[in-house]
Design a protein. Structure first.
Length: 644
């Protein structure tokens, strides 16, 4: 028998025995549902099915992180199953331990297995408990909260062991009372009390940097900038803001800048009671701003009784630049970047370029340039290849100066993702998450990478993490909805897209809302929404035409679908764009040979939107065709992502 280190996941169905005595067929269905759900997620998380034992399952993983991520994914899918099912709820407890095992054929033996089985009963139904060795391996690698249950005496184990529970991401990081955890925090936009109203950029910049500083504390979950900026006007009560953001703690304040002098007033508030926990005023010069931010962040951690690691203290104390003028230029650039317009991006680039001229070692300013070019590429505001070349150059420069800069890894993701290097892109997104678990955009990037390689469970998980960190952001809601749409949850996607109508009524989301209707069988509504999206974009968004062709074909209106195909062909002949859209439209009308001819053409042209080939609905009929497999090989898709 070979010994090896393994992470052991043990599951058990709560209330199974009692249910089997009352309704044995219903109990057996729960057993089958548990096995189906778990087996369906093992390939995604590299787990190995060992055996079933009564109503429990024994699963082996090569590392603790895969085991914990799989356990969370299992509970997520069970939650969705219970929402859809009118019968008895499936409630599963999960315990995970890390230790040596001995292989005995396909079975495994050893104390690690016994310990996992002892930890599992400590979990609440629908919960996950971890041993201390597992916690030590994953505490700095996951974005959700892990709380100690204290030292426990386990049956058959001589020494007490510290046991931990995972706070489910969809629970809003709630405590035992169901209230949002105080470790989930929002930094509201600081008020600008400066004599010059134009100094609002400085107040916004200070807000951003406090969010960034607090994000370096891994036990904290920090709401992203785009969501907190919704409360700039402060027309709502703190308890209402806390409820809407699902946070337990709020930080608010003001800044007054006069020449080189700065006064920062800050207070921390219990979001549930509106009780002020502490308040402080800091006076100093512009050169003192970074140390003041670090001091505020450490004061917050202390007030929340968070034990800071030495690594976290060093990160918070780290100064991104010693050149005050460069820092002010960077803050002005960020102010314009957040306008989300071509003019705003262009102005932001000018300020970022000026910042690195003042300090050529300012990694954060290079990363900001990279992200700006990435968004210019995404919206095709400048030639895509030119923008991505600059994105790569700036991100590479930033990483050379600071390999631990999460924002630079996200920018590099943009380049790799658009170059079809999906595994490399995913690695960059995951590295960004490791460095800053509160960075919502990193979770969005990881979600897209998982989605494009059909790792749907992991994609949906990342989308929910992003939404928890940035619940009011238009871009995050739209990204999460898109991942839901292509991850097999059209009803959830529809809800999110419809919620965007209140935030961004003229946004590009309407086409995908139409697709969610189509996937729900509501063809007429779907076609109407896609047509409205085309009218809204004045026909500039060609993928909406291929979506319309798909929707019409699903509704049985093939003649109209062919008219849409004709429009796309004329667009290509006139302007040389839309190759991928033509291919998708051919697939929708059932012309497989022409679809593959245009897919090959799109590959040769490195055409936009081809990277989504595996999640494109119009190509579902082509799955299993060896020509598709050949194209996926050339594009570098991993074997596990291939079409079925």
């Amino acid at each position: 028998m070979a010994r090896r280190l393994a992470a052991i996941m043990f599951t058990d169905i709560a209330g199974y025995t009692a249910l089997s005595q009352r309704d044995e067929p219903a109990a057996l269905r729960l057993l089958q549902d548990q096995e189906r759900l778990v087996r369906g997620l093992l390939e995604v998380h590299q787990g190995r099915w060992v055996k079933s034992m009564g109503d429990g399952l024994l699963i082996e993983f090569s590392n603790a992180l895969d085991a914990v991520e799989c356990a969370v994914d299992v509970q997520r899918h069970i939650q969705e199953r219970n929402k859809r099912n009118s019968g008895p709820s499936l409630r599963v407890r999960i315990g995970i331990h890390l230790g040596d095992v001995e292989g005995a054929g396909s079975d495994i033996l050893g104390d690690a297995v016994n310990l996992a089985s002892r930890i599992e009963p400590l979990a609440e139904p629908g919960g996950i408990c971890l041993s201390e060795p597992v916690y030590g391996q994953v505490r700095n690698k996951v974005s959700y909260t892990i709380e100690t249950l204290g030292s426990k005496n386990l049956k058959g184990v001589s020494e007490p062991m510290e046991v931990y529970r995972v706070v489910m991401p969809w629970a809003g990081s709630a405590d035992a009372t169901g209230k949002p955890s105080p470790l989930r925090i929002a930094v509201l936009p600081f008020a600008n009390f400066s004599p010059d109203p134009a100094d609002v950029y400085f107040a916004d910049g200070l807000t951003d940097e406090l969010i960034s500083a607090l994000s370096k504390v891994r036990e904290l979950s920090v709401i992203s900038r785009t969501s907190v900026m919704e409360y700039r006007a402060r027309t709502k009560h703190m308890t209402d803001i806390g409820r809407e953001l699902a946070v337990g703690t709020i930080l608010e304040g003001s800044v007054r800048k006069a020449g080189t002098r700065v006064r920062i007033a800050v207070q921390m508030i219990d979001a549930g009671t509106d009780k002020h926990l502490w308040a402080e005023t800091y006076d100093g010069s512009l050169e003192d701003v970074f140390s003041t931010q670090s001091e505020i962040a450490q004061r917050v951690a202390s007030a929340l009784k968070v034990q800071l690691l030495e690594e976290e203290r060093l990160l918070m104390a780290k100064t991104p630049t010693e050149v005050t003028e460069a820092h002010l230029l960077y803050m002005k650039g960020q102010y314009h970047y957040q306008q989300w317009t071509k003019e705003g991006f262009t102005t932001a680039l000018w300020y970022f370029e000026q910042a690195v001229e003042k300090d050529p070692r300012y990694a954060l300013a290079y990363a900001a340039q990279a992200e700006t070019y990435a968004f210019l590429a995404f919206w095709e505001m400048i030639p895509v290849r030119e923008a991505l070349t600059k994105t790569e150059a700036m991100a590479t420069k930033a990483l050379a100066l600071d390999p631990n800069l999460a924002e630079a890894h996200v920018a590099l993701w943009d380049v790799l993702f658009d170059s079809w290097k999906q595994q490399d892109a995913l690695n960059e997104a995951r590295r960004a998450i490791d460095l800053n678990p509160s960075l919502a955009r990193a979770h969005v990037c990881a979600g897209y990478s998982y989605s494009f390689t059909r790792q749907r469970g992991a994609a949906l998980q990342e989308a929910e993490k992003a939404l928890a960190l940035d619940p009011l952001s238009r871009t995050t809601i739209e990204a999460s909805a898109t991942i839901d749409l292509y991850g097999g949850r059209p009803e959830r996607a529809r809800e999110l897209y419809e919620s965007l109508a209140k935030i961004d009524p003229a946004g590009s989301w309407r086409g995908n809302l139409g697709l969610s209707y189509v996937r729900l069988g509501r063809f007429d509504e779907g076609i109407a929404e896609i047509r409205a999206a085309i009218d809204q974009s004045k026909g500039a968004n060609l993928p909406q035409y291929s979506d319309l062709a798909y929707a019409l074909s699903k509704a049985g209106r093939l003649a109209e679908a062919r008219e849409v195909l004709g429009h796309l062909l004329r667009e290509y002949q006139a302007h040389g764009r839309g190759t991928t859209c033509v291919a998708y439209a051919y697939a929708s009308v059932g012309d497989r040979d022409e679809a593959f001819r245009w897919l090959e053409k799109a590959f040769q042209e490195r055409a936009p939107y081809l990277g989504g080939i595996l999640q494109e609905f119009s190509l579902e009929a082509l799955h299993g065709d060896p020509r598709l497999d050949e194209l996926l090989n050339k594009m570098g898709f991993p074997p596990f992502a291939r079409a079925e």
